[in-house]
Design a protein around this ligand. Structure first.
Ligand code: FPP
Length: 247
């Protein structure tokens, strides 16, 4: 591997998105239940948010619960819901103080009233923050997100607020849950799986993909920096002329 110079503001990704995978395997290898792995996953998330702030990343998005995760055993689904409660409630004051803006993307219907209240409180209490934009994908699936955006487009066309010839990448993109957020430059998946698993499919159009063998509960600042180093070695072309990832 060639040496990579230290991170500077002009050659690091603006938006890193992470598929936090491998909690179950991490727990199993220790003879513990999968839910134990998810709990440790929250600690890894805390470390990662802190590291992202320290590295001056502007946007960090994490995949916390997918629309497909409902098919997992009831107690595991329950734990994942509890962990969102725990993470947001325990960390919110600190995140407010540290300038982190929280957004939650995904399908809101189907979530319990108390989870919705926690999400709304976290979003409104951090709405003025600008240091790090933390987006949690929760009850999220990219196909579901695109279908909901398409439904909004159809509704706007039906009520005359949008003409059919105005339906394009920009008008559909503006109706996605990620409206107003830049597309991720870098998508990281842990645990060695080489899939996007219905995560940010629209937004991933030009993202660099980095797959790490590390299991999510072991993720830390060094792993984040390793993924960013890999990003900076890539050439990004955006379908046009050659351009280095960081430039
Ligand atoms: C994948 O591991 C991980 C998840 C389905 C959930 C990720 C959740 C956390 C890291 C906890 C923090 C979450 C929130 C919402 C704050 P897996 O169970 O699929 O692992 P495996 O592939 O090894 O079985």
């Amino acid at each position: 591997m060639t040496a990579v110079p230290p991170l500077s503001s002009d050659d690091q990704p603006q938006h890193v998105a992470i598929i936090m995978d491998g909690n179950g395997r991490w727990a199993r290898s220790r003879g513990r239940p999968r839910t134990f792995g998810h709990r440790e996953g929250v600690e890894a998330l805390r470390r990662t948010v802190e590291a992202a702030g320290a590295l001056n990343l502007a946007y960090l998005t994490v995949f916390g619960f997918s629309t497909e995760n409902w098919s997992r055993p009831k107690d595991e689904v329950h734990t994942l819901m509890d962990l969102l409660r725990l993470y947001v409630q325990r960390d919110l004051d600190r995140l407010v103080r540290e300038g982190v803006r929280i957004r939650v993307i995904g399908e809101r219907s189907g979530l319990s009233a108390d989870i919705l209240r926690i999400i709304e409180t976290a979003e409104s209490r951090t709405a003025q923050n600008t240091h790090l934009n933390l987006t949690i994908a929760f009850n999220y699936g990219a196909q579901n997100e695109i279908a909901r955006a398409a439904r909004r487009v159809a509704e706007d066309v039906a009520r005359g607020a949008l003409r059919p010839d105005e339906v394009n990448e920009a008008s559909l993109g503006a109706r996605l849950d990620t409206a107003g957020l830049p597309a991720p430059d870098l998508i990281v998946r842990t645990s060695g799986e080489l899939r996007l698993s219905n995560f940010m499919l629209w937004q991933a159009a030009y993202a660099e993909l980095v797959f790490l063998d590390i299991l999510w509960p072991d993720f830390d600042r060094a792993a984040l920096e390793a993924a960013i180093d890999e990003f900076r070695r890539r050439e990004r072309r955006y379908g046009g002329a050659s351009r280095h990832a960081g430039s």
